[in-house]
Write a protein that binds this ligand. Structure first.
Ligand SMILES: Cc1cc2nc3c(=O)[nH]c(=O)nc-3n(C[C@H](O)[C@H](O)[C@H](O)COP(=O)(O)OP(=O)(O)OC[C@H]3O[C@@H](n4cnc5c(N)ncnc54)[C@H](O)[C@@H]3O)c2cc1C
Length: 357
């Protein structure tokens, strides 16, 4: 499709930049407007996980198929430690469970890489430009209100690379806490789905919990916080504007893995403009069911509380293939998975999951 006017994209996060890169590579003129002086300013060069379980294909191939080059810090994680309130497990996968990426403005972050790729493709980015609502062709402005609140610290450390996840309402109400370390850097955070006003107490408890699990040094800590927004919608079109990423509520309800949804929806918005296809049709076909299942499983996860957390730990360990099991949580009801596998679980969970626990 030939447009004489440039496509205007509001927001230079993964969703907006994925749309921009794909439009520009297909011959469109594109201007991205970003309210901050640089990309990634919502983040703190903290580690995030690019999940690699919702599709059979590796997520890096998935990104390449959407014209995104992998020239950012990206480290495969094959396993780690998983703790529930009274269960714990060492998990391992033959394929990466997720890739560690950095989010922020530093040169090796995902955000900065997408900026470079967009500029190299001929995209113009106007920083320090907050665009009022109602303007623009693609709206990629990120979350509007907090459904989830994360608080954490980034720090220097000498500990070996590790990934530890804790599911426990005492530390992360209805959410989870994580410790990710690699190449001398660490990120420790607690992700809350309730009691946001007590985030500092929960962060203190998370630090204590991880120190109880591992002995690690924590130097030059810097605190950060952020929030996530997710909601189900019938249409991601508003008065002709295409909403992408978290601005559209596209976010994994279960655990808040939103990067993939952001990039995918940005790519699909670009495709809908280039090929003149209905955007709603494209995103619904690609991930509407997965989104709905993650919403349903979040409700069940919250309802079953500690039982669900312990079951998830036991089931992940017993499955022998965590990637395959977690994929099912985005395609099948949590309740169904627990019921289907009860026999298998009973046999496998006779063993102690972690030495000493
Ligand atoms: C602490 C934390 C940890 C997370 N961890 C993970 C993880 O491990 N894995 C994962 O997949 N996801 C994770 N997420 C979620 C993920 O970061 C987001 O889903 C993803 O960044 C959404 O991308 P986006 O492009 O939609 O929005 P954003 O990344 O928020 O980008 C939106 C951009 O729009 C700009 N903007 C906003 N309003 C305007 C305006 N009016 N005019 C111009 N510009 C504007 C903003 O400044 C921003 O740069 C985490 C989120 C948080 C807060």
């Amino acid at each position: 499709m030939k447009r004489s006017e440039p496509v205007k994209i509001i927001g230079a996060g993964p969703a907006g930049l994925a749309a921009a890169i794909n439009l520009a590579k297909n011959g469109c003129r594109v201007i991205v407007y970003e309210k901050n002086p640089d990309v990634g300013m919502r983040f703190h060069n903290d580690f995030q996980g690019l999940e690699n379980w919702t599709t059979e294909d590796d997520v890096l191939d998935f990104l390449l198929s959407m014209s995104i080059d992998i020239d950012f810090y990206c480290k495969p994680v094959y396993g780690g430690l998983l703790y529930g309130p009274s269960e714990s497990a060492t998990i391992h996968s033959d394929q990466p469970l997720f890739y560690l990426v950095k989010r922020g403005s530093a040169p090796d972050t995902l955000d900065n890489s997408l900026k470079r790729q967009a500029l190299d493709s001929g995209v113009s980015i106007e920083f320090n430009t907050a665009v009022p609502s109602g303007e623009g062709d693609v709206i990629a402005t990120g979350p509007r209100k907090p459904d989830m609140f994360a608080v954490g610290i980034v720090f220097d450390t000498d500990i070996a690379d590790t990934a530890v996840i804790v599911l426990n309402n005492e530390i992360a109400p209805k959410g989870y806490a994580y410790l990710l370390t690699a190449d001398g850097r660490g990120t420790l955070a607690t992700v809350l789905y309730a009691h946001f006003d007590r985030c500092d107490q929960y962060l203190d408890k998370a630090v204590a919990a991880f120190r109880g699990i591992l002995d690690f040094d924590l130097r030059n800590p810097a605190r950060f916080s952020g929030f996530g927004n997710f909601f189900l919608r019938k249409s991601a079109l508003e008065k002709g504007q295409r909403l992408v990423g978290e601005a559209a509520g596209f976010q994994d309800f279960l655990f808040g893995f939103g990067i993939r949804y952001a990039v995918t929806s940005g790519y699909l918005a670009a495709k809908s403009i280039i090929e003149d296809i209905d955007y709603d049709h494209l995103w619904k076909l690609r991930f509407s069911n997965q989104l709905k299942m993650s919403a349903r499983n979040r409700r069940l996860y919250e309802m079953f509380g500690n039982f669900a957390y312990n079951s998830l730990v036991k089931k992940t360990f017993a499955s022998g293939n965590p990637r395959r099991l977690w994929q099912r949580f985005y395609n099948t009801s949590f309740r169904g998975i627990l019921r289907d596998n009860r026999m298998k679980e009973e046999a496998a969970c006779d063993t102690t999951l972690l030495p000493g626990h």
